[in-house]
Design a protein around this ligand. Structure first.
Ligand code: FAD
Ligand code: SIN
Length: 535
């Protein structure tokens, strides 16, 4: 299966292609350079576009006095609701502190306390203060700045901006040996071309744009997961879409990226209240407002339903020095007419993070030789059914390092791209809004067999609206369609409630479902799904 696109008009080569310039792609690219491999970094918009620069709360790592990887592991496993791969969690929490130290060595500057120690805050699901942050609530911007500066300084990394990866190229033996790209460029590298390499790393970030309201930027259309699926790779855990509990509510009719109010605001003392002024999380979980994210999101959803209100309130009026501690959030609240020092902030859940993705092993290898996946695109198993707050930036740092080690040690010539013509398809960009609404309504915070079947029916109807005009919007919407279908199918299949997957018709967690749903398409484009034990 491939997306319909023009015939490649140019070719570029490198040892390794990295697709995406967020924390995962940049970390992988930089680490590859220690073995002198040439890297081609392609990114579909400007180099700093992507979720990374929007990250607010911070990076979780056991760096504080008395903290240990083991305590971090326990919190991660609890948040993951029984579906975390324990080996992947071990890697994340034990290699996390060193990965963060390396980031600091690369120039990232984190906030410090008055005594000069790195300041640590708390977020949902963490039993202790463990989150490093920068610029108050601008952690991602600092991480991105530091990594981009290092990439700029390295002549062995060639960057192509406005380069959208369409599909992978494979050899006759089925190994990945490159990608097709669409570049809005100049001169010889404009339009569709092909990039050839001995290994390809997909680091294209999340898929929040599958839903009508999301914290994710517009580039988060899940291209890498869709591309991997079309190439025949396995994907896992995609039903576990994390809805961030506290996204600034402005108007239900607004779609696309919405401003986030970091969990760290609750970490610094803010509380959630309903329309009656009741602090409803107080008796819902031992950690109250700082319960794992899935639990807070569903409770907000229930409160909104009960009061027939489009949002609940976040009361941050008692947070000391709000404007200085959370300058980005403060500015976005003021822009929307709310002074969080004096007024409560209207908040509701919105799609935020994909805990699943392209299934990879502990070295980031997908099920296809030569193809790796890293960051939010990948499913390492470290997040299980619900990612622990601030474990995502960390995952990009840790697994980006591992992937580069594996590539450096095992890189092999994959051979030439096969001439085989596979079936291609493309959908009309006009279906985007209907698709997003169908997903929000039927496959959102709360799902049921009925709502999911309705969503799947809508998607089936949308699939008839094909297009013969390849363009960025058509490729993106075709990717969104593929992901929406796999999310809804897995959510329908999983007949239980677990982590961020809530089923109104199956409200209990079932031991029978302590398994992972793995999906893929075969060479003939036939979809299948299987259950796998979690290791
Ligand atoms: P991204 O940073 O999203 O980068 C993906 C890259 O791929 C981009 O450069 C994009 O342009 C490119 N790309 C996409 N498709 C293509 C294509 N087809 N071809 C070429 N390039 C492509 N996590 C935390 O741990 N702590 C936090 O505090 C935190 N706060 C968050 C706040 C917000 C508002 C959001 C949205 C997320 C937050 N997260 C946080 C999650 C975290 O930021 C992301 O999961 C993480 O940054 C993902 O990094 P990444 O490198 O995988 O992807
Ligand atoms: C936040 O700051 O609330 C987001 C943190 C995360 O997604 O890990």
């Amino acid at each position: 299966m491939k997306l319909l696109s023009g015939k490649p008009g140019w070719t570029v080569t490198a040892d390794v292609i990295v697709i995406g310039s967020g924390v995962a792609g940049l970390t992988t690219a930089l680490n590859l350079r220690s073995s002198n491999l040439s890297v081609l970094l392609v990114t579909k918009a400007k180099i700093d576009e992507g979720s990374t620069k929007w990250a607010q709360g911070g990076i979780a790592a056991a760096l504080g006095p008395g903290d240990t990887p083991d305590q971090h592991k326990k919190d991660t496993l609890i948040a993951g609701a029984g579906l975390c791969g324990t080996d992947a969690v071990d890697v994340l929490v034990t290699e996390g502190p060193e990965a963060v130290r390396k980031l600091i060595a690369r120039g990232a500057v984190f906030d410090r306390s008055e005594s000069g120690e790195i300041a640590l805050t708390r977020e949902g699901g963490h039993l202790r203060n463990r989150i490093l942050h920068a610029g108050g609530d601008a952690t991602g911007a600092e991480v991105s700045r530091a990594l981009l500066a290092a990439v700029n300084d390295d002549d062995g990394i060639e960057v192509i901006e406005n380069a959208l990866a369409i599909d992978v190229l494979k050899t006759d033996e089925g190994a990945v040996c490159g990608v097709t790209l669409h570049v809005i460029g100049a001169g010889s590298r404009d339009g569709v071309g092909r990039a050839l390499a001995r290994a390809v790393v997909i680091a294209t970030g999340g898929l929040g744009q599958v839903y009508a309201q999301t914290t994710n930027p517009s580039v988060s259309t899940g291209d890498g997961v869709a591309l991997a699926l079309r190439a025949g790779a396995e994907i896992a855990d995609v039903e576990f879409i994390q809805f961030h509990p506290t996204v600034l509510w402005r108007d239900d009719s607004l779609s696309g990226q919405q401003p986030l109010i970091s969990e760290a605001v609750r970490g610094e003392g803010a509380v959630l209240v309903n329309d009656k002024g009741i602090h409803f999380m107080a008796d819902k979980h031992p950690q109250g407002d700082l319960a794992p994210r899935d639990i807070v999101a569903i409770e907000i959803f229930k409160q909104m339903k009960e009061s027939n209100s489009p949002h609940v309130w976040l009361d941050a009026t008692k947070v000391q020095g709000f404007a200085e501690r959370f300058p980005t959030i403060f500015a976005s609240c003021l822009e929307n007419g709310i002074d969080p020092r004096k007024q409560m902030i209207p908040v509701s859940p919105a799609s935020h993070y994909s805990s699943g993705g392209v299934k990879v092993d502990l070295m980031g290898r997908t099920s296809i030789p030569g193809l790796y996946a890293c960051g939010e695109t990948a499913c390492t198993g470290a997040h299980g059914a619900n990612r622990l707050a601030s474990n995502s930036l960390l995952e990009g740092l840790v697994f980006g390092t591992r992937i580069s080690t594996d590539i450096s040690e095992n890189i092999a010539d994959q051979g030439k791209p096969s001439e085989e013509i596979s079936k291609d398809f493309l959908l009309s960009p006009a279906i985007k809004m209907t698709l997003q609404l169908a997903m929000s309504q039927g496959a959102g915070v709360m799902r049921s067999a009925q709502s999911l079947k309705e969503t799947l029916l809508t998607l089936e109807q949308l699939a008839t609206r094909t297009s013969n005009a390849p363009c960025i919007e058509a490729w993106e919407v075709s990717n969104l369609y593929l992901l929406a279908t796999t999310i809804a199918r897995a959510a329908l299949e999983r007949k239980e409630t677990r982590g961020s997957h809530w089923r109104s018709d199956f409200p209990e967690t079932s031991v029978d479902w302590s398994k992972r749903i793995v999906q893929n398409y075969d060479d003939n484009g036939v979809w299948s799904s299987k259950l796998e034990e979690v290791k």
